[in-house]
Design a protein around this ligand. Structure first.
Ligand SMILES: Nc1ncnc2c1ncn2[C@@H]1O[C@H](COP(=O)(O)OP(=O)(O)OP(=O)(O)O)[C@@H](O)[C@H]1O
Ligand SMILES: [Mg+2]
Length: 248
């Protein structure tokens, strides 16, 4: 089972879209996958148009059994959802011993509860937080979506710095499995410049870009993923390519 966090401390770089799209590509190919929403914005539930009885807060703070917190949003695609209550989770966790391991402990039985599960994808919030640390203590890999602007590129450096810190403090190594350029628009110079700068600095870690595509917003307004939205679209093609690079 692969455990991958999607993280960038910069907001709006396509983290949630990437998690949702790759999870659905995986599920459609017959893989069992779990998506965990570590962001109090609750965008995963909104994106799939699903609700839960027990959220990640109930799992982490109240110790509800994992099986009672899972929702099957699509065939083979399970979710641990969040909403604004997750914000209070930080203040509770901070008082607890080994607070950075709460998620790891809560998910320890995931392979018994979801037999045959092949991937766990974590959608992180755009901030340095205890839940963000929990994500890194749990996963082995990190996927880093970067939108095509200079501030998002600064965020890449911050993520690498934070990984070094996690390695030092928690003796946990997390491998960056890809830097994913998002919102790429080849008509715009800054897109080409940022992509070139990323490739120069990070070489083969930089994946093929996901192009800007209004179909993503249209799909999400219907609570659909780009996989089920129908028709051909750039984003569908691009995420399929990323899925194949990462998982096939
Ligand atoms: N390739 C794309 N083309 C056009 N719009 C996109 C693309 N990717 C994502 N979007 C849209 O951009 C917005 C931000 O994307 P998303 O929510 O995935 O970012 P995020 O990094 O998860 O944001 P946050 O930091 O707030 O969690 C959303 O409205 C989404 O539908
Ligand atoms: Mg998000």
């Amino acid at each position: 089972m692969r455990k991958i966090a999607c993280q960038n401390f910069k907001g709006g770089t396509g983290k949630t879209t990437t998690v949702i799209s790759l999870a659905h590509c995986l599920a459609e190919a017959g893989h069992k996958v779990l998506v965990v929403d570590l962001d109090a914005q609750g965008n995963v539930a909104e994106s799939f148009g699903v609700e839960c009885e027990n959220s990640l807060y109930d799992l982490l703070v109240d110790g509800k059994p994992l099986a009672d917190c899972l929702v099957e949003a699509r065939k083979n695609l399970f979710c641990l959802l969040s909403d604004q209550t997750l914000a209070a989770c930080e203040t509770v966790l901070v008082t607890r011993p080994r607070r950075e391991e709460a998620l790891k402990r809560a998910l320890v039985d995931v392979e018994q509860i979801l037999p045959g599960i092949s991937v766990v994808l974590l959608d992180c919030s755009p901030s340095l937080s205890i839940l963000g640390q929990n994500a890194l203590v749990y996963v082995d890999e990190l996927l880093l979506p970067v939108s095509m602007d200079y501030l998002a590129m600064v965020g890449v450096g911050q993520v690498f710095e934070n990984l070094k810190m996690v390695e030092e403090y928690f003796e946990k190594e997390v491998r960056v499995c890809g830097i994913l350029p998002t919102f790429y628009d080849q008509r715009v110079n800054v897109s080409k410049d940022v992509l070139a700068a990323l490739r120069e600095r990070y070489g083969d870690l930089v994946m093929p870009p996901v192009r800007v595509d209004t179909k993503i917003q249209q799909a999400s307004s219907r609570q659909q993923t780009i996989v089920e939205f129908g028709g051909r679209s750039r984003a569908r093609e691009d995420y399929q390519k990323i899925y194949e690079e990462l998982f096939v």
